[in-house]
Write a protein that binds this ligand. Structure first.
Ligand code: GGG
Length: 370
């Protein structure tokens, strides 16, 4: 499928800005895709989703959106959604549903600094592989009243199937990263760290941990100790100490694989190490479909003011291209973004600058087309 996408004459992308700053930053990603030399031709299919759409129509993820993505699109981009913190009858997060509907089982979140900036002091170069379909996100919650007042419960589901496939994805990403560093860092040892809390949750996190380990052990056993993953170091870390170590010694983390909720939390925490959540991209990856999505949310406090950072969305577009097999244009985008960050002239307020969303986007476009 990656090859099929890479050879498609026109790449049809479903575009879902959704809510808040998603509406401001996704068009920037679209313009960058359209103007990157070496990128395929795009046809953008604009699709509805989000809380604002729910408020207007009663549906946060219309059936037509899912159908168009499944039947008419090679890939997609999602902006951000404003899910309220209280229960709203009939509303359910469209992004959580979309990941399941399209079986985008891996949320790949690279958190990487920029060389030649203050990031050099403690350089971060990690990727968090977040399981994207289960854990507490199956959203099986109940509430009833009892002698202690109201009792609310949530079921957390971890399956061997989902944990095994996310484990495989983590090892494959580790190998791909090693390949990329073959000439610049020949002594680089890829490391996969399993993030869990199986000292307390020995059944659910225990299954996640043993399933990921199982991928590694089976590969070694089936190949007499000389399997595909032979050169990868396998570590594990309790989620709480992982957050601590991330801040103390981020350089020890290469590929981190985590159940859904821990993956979400750890990647937001890691974003602080590179300066802003506004910089961190992700791709929701299935076996046949890839959807770019900035890690940040809809930021209602700054929405509509033209000061949102477009970089996470622009990098997400590049990440989506990369996973579809278009590595050269993806690299052009990454390089242009890094150059703009390094120069520091067109940074948005989250990075201490005063540039608008458009000024930052234009600076990136200028580098790409120079
Ligand atoms: N672009 C990320 C986003 O919209 N986040 C808001 C959100 O509710 N995300 C659900 C989740 O990823 O846990």
């Amino acid at each position: 499928q990656i090859l099929k996408n890479a050879s498609a004459k026109v790449l049809r992308l479903g575009m879902m800005p959704a809510d808040g700053i998603g509406r401001e930053v996704l068009p920037c990603a679209q313009r960058v895709l359209q103007n990157t030399p070496g990128a395929p031709k795009f046809e953008f299919v604009h699709l509805d989703a989000g809380f604002e759409h729910f408020q207007k129509t009663g549906s946060a993820l219309p059936e037509e959106t899912v159908k168009a993505l499944k039947n008419d699109c090679h890939g997609a981009m999602f902006g951000s959604v404003s899910s309220p913190s209280h229960k709203v009858d009939g509303y359910s997060s469209p992004i959580v549903k979309l990941r399941k509907e399209l079986d985008l089982y891996a949320n790949i979140r690279p958190v990487v600094g920029v060389r030649g900036t203050k990031d050099d002091e403690k350089f971060v170069d990690s990727v968090i592989i977040r399981e994207n379909t289960e854990c507490l996100y199956i959203k099986s919650e109940t509430s009833e009243s009892g002698p202690d007042g109201q009792v609310a419960r949530a079921i957390r589901q971890i399956t061997e199937k989902a944990s095994t496939r996310i484990g495989k994805k983590a090892f494959e990403v580790a190998l791909a990263r090693q390949e990329l560093r073959r000439t610049t860092q020949p002594n680089y040892t890829p490391t996969v760290t399993i993030c869990h809390k199986s000292n307390v949750l020995s059944v659910t996190d225990g299954l996640f941990r043993t399933s990921v380990r199982g991928v590694y052990e089976k590969d070694a056993k089936d190949n007499g100790g000389a399997g595909r993953y032979e050169g990868i170091k396998l570590n594990e870390q309790l989620v709480d100490s992982m957050v601590y170590r991330l801040f103390r010694e981020p350089e020890v983390f290469d590929v981190v694989v985590a159940p859904n909720l821990y993956g979400d939390i750890v990647s937001d925490a890691a974003a602080a190490l590179v300066g802003s959540l506004g910089l961190v991209p992700s791709v929701n990856a299935g076996d046949n479909f890839f959807m770019g999505e900035p890690v940040h949310g809809s930021a209602p406090d700054i929405a509509g003011q033209g000061k949102a950072n477009p970089i996470a969305s622009i990098r997400s577009a590049a990440l989506m291209l990369e996973y579809m097999g278009y590595t050269d244009p993806a690299l052009k985008i990454y390089t242009a973004v890094d150059a703009v960050i390094r120069e520091g002239k067109y940074l948005t307020p989250d990075l201490g600058g005063s540039a608008t969303t458009t000024e930052c986007e234009e600076a990136i476009l200028k580098k790409i087309t120079a």
